[in-house]
Design a protein around this ligand. Structure first.
Ligand code: FEO
Length: 404
């Protein structure tokens, strides 16, 4: 049975919730699921904006049928060819044989690479092209690498609606809510956390491209943002755009310390714990501690984007960096995280190497190292304890200096 919702007179939400997928892109945990958003515009010509993942096809096809209410579908706009949004395109083209696909040249190529049978059905659009469907006129705006190179967003000037593709999206299913102003109380924090985790891990690498899109968007009179995942933004758009400004320029939201700790037997953890205790006693308000063996890196990455300081604590393992810590460091490098102040605690019973390796690996990014590296040999001793307290003081002093 269909499950749709009117957004305004002409636009209907026909997207679906996926609560059964465990890992987004088979990488990132989805404890609260994800939505694949799609929209039907009814005008002289009827338009579908993107499709959804195959797993939710049945619900999706019923939704479109209900939204069209017996009318033909004339166009499918493909803003993004990734399968979570384009997998059901073939089936749509079979069900609606007159429908034409509007997409970028690169999206056409990607659709063909993914095996979609679209060759005779595509009208390629370029940056700045406009297409009129009747009273609604859509302008296409190139947004390469937000999050793939073929991505376009589009703007309906009649209603001030930006169809933003993956930009301004979020993990988390739409549990009855559709607009951000329908989220109540503590749920707002949950949405922001999942929006941040989505942005930082999925689009975070491409801050420069997001900046270019934000500059283009600044020239538009946007009244509503319809992304491909998560809630539609219409009331507090500026607040979310402000977050995007910070995230895409790798600017911390708050002064605070993320402690990313790996520990085999609890000794490195004890060193990191002493540091956390000393930081809080010195008045540092936001200290977030992660055991990287237990917490998926996507959560740690989101916290690193949020806060100004990072402490990495790692044992030496096979003369290298402890694997779960190394995994996180790879993500920090690959996501191009910059402008963070980093301190290091290492452990090694006979050949402590992790600290030097961590510093060398992160040296390529625009990160600044703070304080003397702490070296623990097996367990924390009196001398190490003093070094950890000294490091906490250095970090706290730096935070106070930046605050004032
Ligand atoms: Fe939601 Fe880049 O796909």
């Amino acid at each position: 049975m269909y499950n749709i919702r009117k957004i305004d007179n002409d636009l209907t939400f026909v997207g679906v919730n996926d609560r059964r997928l465990n890992l987004f892109e088979n990488v990132h945990p989805l404890p609260q699921g994800v939505s694949y958003n799609s929209y039907v515009l009814r005008d002289e010509k009827n338009v579908l904006f993107d499709t959804v993942d195959w797993s939710c096809g049945r619900q999706f096809f019923e939704n479109i049928e209900a939204a069209l209410d017996g009318q033909e579908l004339d166009y499918v706009v493909v803003h993004h060819a990734e399968p979570d949004h384009a997998a059901t395109l073939d089936e749509i083209l079979i069900r609606y044989p007159k429908a034409r696909v509007l997409c970028s040249a690169k999206a056409k190529l990607f659709l063909e690479q993914f095996g979609h049978n679209v060759e005779d059905r595509v009208d390629v659009v370029k940056n700045g092209d406009t297409v009129s469907f009747g009273k609604h006129e859509l302008t296409f705006i190139q947004a390469p690498m937000v999050h793939w190179p073929e991505v376009m967003v589009s703007f309906d000037a009649t209603t001030g609606t930006l169809f933003s593709a993956d930009a301004f999206g979020s993990f988390k299913t739409l549990d009855g809510v559709l607009f951000e102003d329908e989220i109540g109380g503590a749920e707002e924090v949950a949405w922001l956390n999942e929006s941040r985790r989505y942005y930082t891990n999925i689009v975070g690498k491409y801050g420069k491209n997001v900046q270019m899109l934000l500059k283009k968007a600044a020239g538009l009179d946007i009244k509503m943002i319809c992304p491909l995942h998560g809630v539609i933004w219409r009331k507090d758009i500026d607040r979310f755009i402000e977050k995007y400004q910070l995230w895409s320029t790798y600017t911390p939201e708050h002064l605070g310390v993320v402690i990313a700790c790996g520990s085999m037997y609890g000794d490195t953890e004890q060193a990191a714990d002493i540091l956390a205790n000393a930081l809080v006693q010195r008045g540092v308000k936001r200290v977030r501690f992660f055991d990287v063996s237990k917490t998926h890196p996507s959560y740690v990455i989101a916290a690193i984007f949020r806060y100004s300081h990072l402490v990495i604590a790692s044992p030496t393992y096979n003369l290298g960096i402890y694997p779960p810590v190394h995994n996180l460091i790879n993500d920090i490098k690959n996501l191009n995280i910059q402008n963070r102040t980093v301190s290091v605690i290492e452990n090694g019973s006979w050949a402590p190497k992790a600290g030097t390796l961590i510093e060398n690996e992160l040296d390529q990014n625009n990160l600044c190292f703070l304080g003397d590296r702490v070296t623990v040999k097996s367990s924390v001793n009196v001398d190490n304890r003093e070094s950890i307290i000294a490091l906490a003081q250095t970090i706290a002093d730096d935070i106070y200096a930046k605050k004032n």
